[in-house]
Design a binder for this molecule. Structure first.
Ligand code: NAD
Length: 353
């Protein structure tokens, strides 16, 4: 069994679905179900005995340790986090609590469980921490992409809290010998992405006839990776990564936000033209830039390619085409998330049966 935290979120739920599509090894999915957690993403696993869901908070060390001792996972894959930069600017407290204190608490539970394991299980155990490229700060237009040795320089409460968690994970390896691995990935996109993030927000707003908000001049550059490529990278690092190492994960797809939005508008113009025949680009609206907005992120993922043979399967063009189609085919999912009705669904379907 593997123990996944945050497996009802965007990347976590894609990871759980991918994992169980490729392996019969069960997953214990431990998630607090914040606004970002959505068990509806995992509705296809409702009758699947390989998926065990437990609602809980990674800060609850006693519960986590009890679950470790009861279910004896051979690995922890740690996604649970507060993940939205804008929310971290508005209210950093929850980011410090979950991302720093929560990771610390999870590490303590893992250390207590792991240190009591027999030697062979101890050697096989893994704690994989899922992190972000945002810990490295921002790049100028001509700077080399972030590598694993780039110094951390986080600029938002979100990235600072993730950087702190990365340091804690590293320290548990060097101090206690806990067999840890860390991945630092660029921006993900794909199915089940909460529509507060750029790509799903633009698709949803375009459909709803609402403005398509662009921060500042829209020239902030990000590297984009299709979510199933990130999931494959995590599986590969879990399988063969060198203990105590970090691996950058990226798609070699640097794009300015405005170009991403233009691409989405052009695809929607083809797939679902506006009733008035105008382009969705007409809905683009420039809004005040986010404070401290990083200008450019770019990832050098050659270590992961060289050491572990991972490469992204999707280009931006193929991944974004799948993503747009998914959102068009799953408008009920978007409507549910936006209306908050899925929270009620979770209560009815999972907790009051
Ligand atoms: P998300 O916000 O969609 O999901 C986070 C999940 O964690 C939710 O299901 C939420 O309910 C759960 N959670 C939050 N606080 C919790 C707590 N205290 N205890 C238990 N569960 C809790 O996030 P995401 O986009 O899927 O990101 C997952 C991880 O990947 C995060 O650690 C994030 O930093 C990292 N990451 C994300 C991206 C990206 O582009 N989205 C890129 C690189 C790394």
């Amino acid at each position: 069994m593997i123990f996944v935290t945050g497996g009802a979120g965007f990347i976590g739920s894609n990871f759980v679905l991918d994992w169980l599509a490729q392996s019969d090894e069960p997953v214990l999915n431990y998630d607090k179900l914040t606004y970002a957690g959505n068990l509806n993403n995992l509705a296809s696993l409702k009758q699947d005995a390989r998926h065990l869901f437990v609602r809980g908070d990674i800060c609850d060390q006693a519960q986590v340790l009890a679950l470790f001792q009861q279910h004896k996972p051979r690995a922890v894959v740690h996604f649970a986090a507060e993940s939205h930069v804008d929310r971290s600017i508005l209210g950093p407290g929850e980011f410090i609590n979950t991302n720093i204190n929560g990771t610390f608490s999870l590490l303590e539970a893992a250390r207590a469980y792991w240190s009591a394991l027999p030697d062979d299980e101890k050697a096989a155990f893994r704690f994989l921490h899922v992190s972000t490229d945002e810990v490295y700060g921002t790049l100028g237009p001509d700077d080399a992409p972030f590598s694993e040795t780039t110094a951390f320089a986080p600029n938002s409460p979100y990235s600072a809290s993730k950087a702190a968690s990365d340091h804690l994970v590293r320290s548990y390896h060097h101090t206690y010998g806990l067999p840890v691995l860390t991945t630092n990935c660029s921006n993900n996109y794909g199915p089940y992405h909460f529509p507060e993030k750029l790509i799903p927000l633009i698709i949803a707003n375009a459909q709803a006839g609402k403005p398509l908000p662009i921060y500042g001049d829209g020239q902030q550059v990000r590297d984009w990776l299709y979510v199933s490529d990130h999931c494959a990278a995590i599986r590969r690092v879990l399988e063969a990564g060198r203990l105590g190492e970090t691996y950058n994960v990226g798609g070699w797809n640097e794009m300015a936000n405005l170009d991403v939005v233009h691409t989405l508008c052009d695809m929607l113009d083809q797939l679902k033209p506006r009733a008035d025949g105008a382009s969705y680009r007409a809905q683009i609206t420039y809004v005040k830039d986010r404070p401290g907005h990083d200008r450019r992120y770019a990832i050098d993922a050659r270590k992961l390619e060289r050491e572990l043979g991972w490469k992204p399967a999707e280009t931006f063009q193929t991944g974004i085409a799948k993503t747009v189609q998914w959102y068009l085919d799953n408008q009920a999912w978007v409507a549910d998330v936006q209306s908050g009705s899925y929270a009620k669904w979770v209560e009815t379907n999972y907790f009051n049966r």
